[in-house]
Design a protein around this ligand. Structure first.
Ligand SMILES: *Cc1c(COP(=O)(O)O)cnc(C)c1O
Length: 441
C-alpha cells in the first residue's frame, strides 16, 4: 500500500510554507548558481514579478480565451513579441505551449497532418534529424508514429547537410536544425538546410528552444551569429522556450509557423462530445493561465534593454568559464559554442571522475557522451559562481590525476554504456530509476 495518506486535518498555510522552505534546502542550490542546467535565475527582485503575475492568474485557464480576455491578450502579445524577435513576417503565427517538448510535439504533429493532406501517398512518414537534436524529437516521433532518421553531425558538431540531403526519401516530410543544439551549443547550418528543404519540397523546423530568446540579443550586442530564424528561406516552423533564456515561469514556450495554412494542422477539434463543441490549439487541454500571464509579465518587465543586459552578463561569464576551462591542461571545451551553452572533455583523465569530485563540492553536473563530456548552460546566476567553479574544477582535476583509476558513482555507468552493443539493460535501468521517483518514502 502507498505509505502517505491525505492528512486527516489540513495543515495551516504558514506551517506548510515553512515545511516547503525547509525542504528546499535539500535541492540543488540554483540561487547561488550551483546548477549547470534546469533553472535560469535572474535574482529575487525580477523573480517576484513572475511569481506575483503567476499568483494573480494561478486559478485561470487558457483553454477558453473568450472567458479570459486578459489571457487572450497576453498569449497574442507574447507570440507577437516572439515573432518579431525571430524576424517573422506578417504571415507568421503561433501559440504558447507548456515547454520545448510540447512545442516540438506540436510542430511534428502539424507536419504529419500537413503531409497526410498534401502528400497522401506517404504512408510511413520520415523526419530527418541531426543526432544532436533534443530527445523531444525522438519522443514526439514515438508518440506520432513518425520514423526518425538520425544523421551524424560533422566533426565541428554541426549538422551534416550533405548527409541529411542524401537521407531524403519519398517518405520524408520534414528536416530539423537546432539554433543551437544542446550538447555542444553550436548552431546548425540553417541557411543550407533551408535550401535543401525548399528544393525537395520539405518542411524545415528550427529548434530554437535554447537560442530563441538569447541569439536575437547577442546578435544585437555584436556577436557573430549566422541567420538562424525566419530570415532563412525554407524555415517553416520554430520552437523557442520562454522558460529558458526568456527567463519566464517554468511551463512557457512558443511554437511558430510560417503561415496559418500550416498552423491549422496543429489544432484538434471534436464536434460529437455530449459536453459540447470542443476545440484545443495545442496538446494540453486546460492551459495554465499563470504561466501565460507570468511569461507576458517578465517579457514586458525586462524589455529589450533588460534582455540585452542579461545577455551581456551571460556572454561575459561564458567567456570566463571557457577560458578558465581551456587553461586547465587536462581539459578542453568541445567545438566552437555559439552562445552560452557548452561542454568540455578530457583526453588524459576520466571526465566522469571529475564530475564526481565536482558533485562532492556542491556543484550540479550534467554528464553526456559521444564524446564523454560535462555540459554547462550559463545563466546570470553564474556571474558570481564562475571563479569558485573554476578553482574547484582545478582541484577536482588534481584529485583525479592523483588517483586516476578510481571510478565512482555514475562514472562507471557511463563508462559501460559505450561498450554495450545491446542498450536494453540501460533502458531498464532508466525505467527502474523513473519508477523510483514516485515512491513515497
Ligand atoms: C530544453 C530543450 C528542449 C526541450 O524543452 P523542454 O522545455 O525541456 O521540454 C528542446 N530543444 C532544446 C535544444 C532544448 O535545449
Amino acid at each position: 500500500m502507498a505509505s502517505k495518506k491525505l492528512p486527516q486535518k489540513g495543515l495551516e498555510h504558514s506551517e506548510l510554507i515553512k515545511q516547503m522552505e525547509d525542504l528546499q534546502n535539500n535541492d540543488l542550490n540554483w540561487r547561488e548558481g550551483r546548477n549547470s542546467s534546469l533553472v535560469y535565475y535572474i535574482g529575487e527582485e525580477k523573480t517576484k514579478v513572475i511569481s506575483d503575475a503567476y499568483t494573480l492568474y494561478a486559478s485561470t485557464n487558457g483553454l477558453s480565451p473568450s472567458s479570459f480576455l486578459s489571457l487572450k491578450k497576453f498569449e497574442s502579445e507574447v507570440v507577437s513579441m516572439a515573432i518579431n524577435m525571430l524576424n517573422g513576417d506578417e504571415n507568421v503565427v503561433g501559440n504558447m505551449t507548456s515547454g520545448g517538448t510540447e512545442s516540438i510535439l506540436m510542430a511534428l504533429k502539424t507536419a504529419r497532418d500537413y503531409a497526410r493532406d498534401k502528400k497522401p501517398h506517404i504512408k510511413e512518414p520520415e523526419i530527418i534529424i541531426p543526432n544532436t537534436v533534443h530527445p523531444a524529437f525522438e519522443k514526439s516521433a514515438h508518440y506520432l508514429c513518425l520514423k526518425p532518421v538520425r544523421v551524424k553531425v560533422k566533426g565541428d558538431f554541426r549538422a551534416d547537410v550533405e548527409a541529411m540531403k542524401n537521407a531524403i526519401t519519398e517518405n520524408t516530410i520534414l528536416m530539423v536544425g537546432s539554433s543551437p543544439a544542446y550538447p555542444q551549443g553550436v548552431i546548425d547550418p540553417i541557411t543550407e538546410l533551408g535550401k535543401v528543404a525548399k528544393e525537395n519540397d520539405l518542411l524545415l523546423h528550427v529548434d530554437a528552444c535554447l537560442g530563441g530568446f538569447m541569439l536575437p540579443f547577442i546578435e544585437k550586442l555584436g556577436y557573430d551569429i549566422p541567420p538562424f530564424d525566419f530570415r532563412v528561406d525554407g524555415v517553416t516552423s520554430i520552437s523557442a522556450d520562454i522558460h529558458k533564456y526568456g527567463y519566464g515561469p517554468r511551463g512557457s514556450s512558443v511554437v511558430l509557423y510560417k503561415n496559418n495554412e500550416l498552423r491549422k494542422y496543429q489544432y484538434f477539434c471534436f464536434t460529437e462530445w455530449p459536453g459540447g463543441l470542443y476545440g484545443s490549439p495545442t496538446m494540453t487541454g486546460s492551459r495554465p493561465g499563470g504561466a501565460i500571464a507570468a511569461a507576458w509579465a517578465i517579457m514586458n518587465h525586462l524589455g529589450e534593454e533588460g534582455y540585452l543586459n542579461l545577455a551581456d552578463i551571460v556572454m561575459k561569464t561564458t567567456k570566463k568559464f571557457i577560458d578558465g576551462i581551456n587553461a586547465i591542461p587536462e581539459l578542453k571545451v568541445l567545438g566552437s559554442p555559439d552562445m552560452c551553452v557548452f561542454s568540455y572533455t578530457s583526453e588524459s583523465i576520466s571526465i566522469f571522475n571529475v564530475a564526481e569530485k565536482m558533485l562532492k563540492r556542491g556543484w550540479g553536473v550534467d554528464r553526456q557522451h559521444y564524446p564523454d563530456s560535462l555540459h554547462m548552460m550559463v545563466t546570470p546566476a553564474h556571474e558570481k559562481a564562475v571563479d569558485k567553479y573554476l578553482s574547484d574544477l582545478k582541484e577536482a582535476v588534481e584529485e583525479v590525476k592523483a588517483n586516476p583509476t578510481q571510478s565512482e558513482g555514475m562514472a562507471a555507468m557511463y563508462g559501460a554504456v559505450a561498450h554495450m552493443p545491446d542498450k536494453s539493460m540501460i533502458t531498464s535501468f532508466i525505467t527502474n530509476f523513473l519508477d523510483s521517483l514516485t515512491k513515497a518514502e
